[in-house]
Design a binder for this molecule. Sequence first.
Ligand code: ADP
Ligand code: MG
Ligand code: MG
Length: 244
Amino acid sequence: QSALEVLDLDFSYITGNPVLRNIDFKIEKGEMLSIVGKNGAGKSTLSNLICGFINPDRGNILLNGADIADKSIKERGEVIGLVMQNPNQMISKPMIFDEVALGLAVRGVPEAEIKERVHETLKICGLYPFRNWPISALSFGQKKRVTIASILVMNPEVLILDEPTAGQDFRHYTEIMEFLKELNDRLGITIIMITHDMHLMLEYTDRAIVIADGEMIADDIPARVLTSEAIADKAYLKKTSLYD
Ligand code: ADP
Ligand code: MG
Ligand code: MG
């Protein structure tokens, strides 16, 4: 049974102007893969469809084998966690502890359990020493980890990260990616990375789904995606600034 199946999906914001067409793929439990494509390809739209912020015109989305068409955003959120591109979009509390505790608090989890789960998650994320710090004192990379922690604390089976390394310097880039790899190895969390970063795709993911102009043009191992000039061209895969 696959963790996530997207079956023959179509979507348009405006009738007659399709943004995604015939999107069809399966993701197995414990996979770490990338969804790549240039700006405007439809990547964020796809993650919003999976999380239920918008609904497909056609096709199905299955989680652990079951169709989630009638599941609410909140119900999907119990299984799938979405880390948005800009951490500032996600942060709503001044203090680290409160931010990471928020999702549990709104679900009415008892205070003692919240404390235990938040502390454990902060340890996993290397943020425990900062638990009583204000978020404003953190670097961009650390803020990113707070947003990842605020999702992880909910114990998602699938983690989707939209451009996880955008705007990071080399140290934070490596820190975040090594951390995600460890989560995947150690906790078996299925990780979907939305990116146009070739280095990330090659170094950290086993498979890449390539979207160009709303259509899937490849579902393959990253090395083959890059060595096919037609695909790399259409996907507008950029050389990472790390090696420029
Ligand atoms: P990506 O994340 O790959 O950069 P998006 O999913 O954000 O691409 O966008 C795909 C296409 O849908 C783009 O042409 C974009 O302009 C359009 N689009 C995105 N959001 C909306 C919206 N809320 N209303 C109308 N069009 C949108
Ligand atoms: Mg975009
Ligand atoms: Mg996007």
